[in-house]
Write a protein that binds this ligand. Structure first.
Ligand code: AMP
Ligand code: GLY
Length: 430
């Protein structure tokens, strides 16, 4: 098969690596890709939302399958665009329809979906300029902390956890009345703050069946000790020792199955990955968010743990045969550390030469995120630059291997956390 992968981050390099191992993958294209994906297939310089250019390229390159990495093309309807065009309808697009991708594209839509299908989540109300005054009194009556969420996509920045009513009211005004996140915050979801441990769960959904991938956790804060600004993710681990059989069953019964049934009941066409951002409080799961795609950097630790041929999983997804698949999971701990450009998640410099990329280790992989090739050299091209992922007999070993890997690599102002997976490092046999 000829496969087109859309995206350019660490998630996409990990997917490109996994796709390139498949016996079904005859040719791989990545749009636009990065310096890492370039070593595994052909990078196409096409914007992820330029559906017309993607269509032309798919026809030229006789593409059979498209795997969509990021949310933006999904929310903007890439799947419908290909399915609705008779010239491209034969291409299997892995990713939900725009209507279903609204589970990520609109927080208010996701909350009403959860309410309708009795899926545990934080109590909430939604507000716009029209019922702004009601919003002000609602916020004043709620306990602190309180969470404000821009309804639409806001490049991962649209969630604000407010520690006082004064802060919440100021943010509420900025979002609704002063377009802090453009039209994305015309509507705001105000919700209760959930305590607990956060985790990520990703499933493949084929329209009626689901297949649960190994659970994971990402580390969002820039600094060690989970302090400082929020980022796209500074590292990830999988599996999680606290995700016991009992908790797994609760998540299946209360979250995954009602979600998949809800998609069917609400006529939301869904063939792709679905991401559940969960908060576990006293062994009870609550959904914080849905994403209509794989997580990043969760994908980088999950892919090396899955032995199955990924194209077989994707074909089963497209053809509604996921119930026939059994996952074959490596019984090891995976831990990924993200190396970022100094200054990230604020301003940072791009274009710095990266040294040490020829180093290889048996139990580790190096995925590129924000990299590009310039004059034959690999240079930094984003905030998150590289992700070193290792498999170990326990988290401590995996952490040491990934840390050692990054010690071999250098670019000016490179920074990474050395405490990823800290809470799981002393546990054996996870
Ligand atoms: P999101 O953009 O929806 O992923 O939210 C960003 C982060 O905000 C989440 O990963 C959580 O850490 C945090 N968050 C969102 N909603 C809540 C909530 N209701 N209670 C506690 N933390 C939350
Ligand atoms: N790591 C969380 C996400 O991809 O949204």
């Amino acid at each position: 098969m000829k496969i087109l992968l859309i995206g350019s981050g660490g998630r996409e390099h990990a997917l490109a690596w996994k796709l390139s191992l498949s016996s079904h993958c005859e040719k791989l294209f990545i749009a636009p890709g990065n310096a890492g994906t370039e070593t595994l297939g052909t990078n196409l310089p096409i914007k992820i939302t330029d559906f017309d250019a993607l269509t032309t390229s798919c026809l030229e390159n006789k593409i059979d399958m498209i795997l969509v990495g990021p949310e933006e093309p999904l929310v903007k309807g890439i799947t419908d665009h290909f399915n609705d065009n008779p010239e491209t309808a034969h291409i299997k697009v892995i990713g939900p329809s725009a209507k279903a991708a609204a589970l990520e594209g609109s927080k208010a839509f996701a909350k009403s979906f959860m309410e309708r299908h009795n899926i545990p989540t934080a109590a909430y109300k939604e507000f716009t300029a029209e019922n702004y005054d009601e919003g002000v009194s609602y916020i004043q009556q709620q306990p602190i902390p309180i969470v404000l969420k821009a309804d639409g996509l806001a490049a991962g920045k649209g969630v604000i956890i407010c520690q006082s009513h004064v802060e919440a009211l100021a943010e509420f005004e900025l979002m609704v009345m002063r377009s802090k996140f453009g039209h994305a915050s015309d509507k705001v979801v105000v919700e209760a703050f959930l305590q607990g441990i956060e985790m990520s769960l990703i499933c493949l959904v084929d329209g009626k069946n689901y297949l649960m991938l190994p659970e994971a956790k990402d580390y969002k804060r820039i600094d060690e000790g989970d302090k400082g600004l929020n980022t796209g993710g500074m590292g990830a681990v999988s599996p999680l020792p606290f995700f016991t059989e009992d908790l797994r069953q609760k998540v299946i019964n209360r979250v995954i199955e009602p979600t998949v049934r809800g998609l069917v009941m609400d006529d939301l066409e869904y063939k792709g990955f679905i991401f559940f951002g969960l908060m576990i409080n006293k062994n009870e799961p609550f959904v914080i968010e849905y994403n209509c795609r794989l997580g990043d950097p969760e994908t980088e630790v999950i892919m090396p743990l899955v032995n199955n041929d990924i194209v077989e999983l994707l074909l089963a997804t497209a053809d509604g045969r996921l119930s026939e698949i059994t996952l074959d999971i490596v019984q090891k701990s995976a831990l990924g550390i993200v190396a970022v450009s100094g200054g990230y998640p604020k301003d940072y410099v791009k274009g710095r030469e990266i040294e040490g990329l020829d180093v290889t280790f048996t139990d580790s992989l190096l995925f590129h995120a924000g990299t590009a090739t310039k004059n034959g050299k690999v240079v930094t091209n984003g905030g998150r630059v590289l992700v070193a992922v290792s498999l170990g007999d326990d988290m401590k070993e995996a952490a040491e291997l990934s840390d050692y890997f990054l010690q071999q690599i250098n670019f000016e102002d490179m920074f990474y956390r050395r405490d990823i997976g800290h809470e799981f490092r002393d546990m054996k046999d996870v």
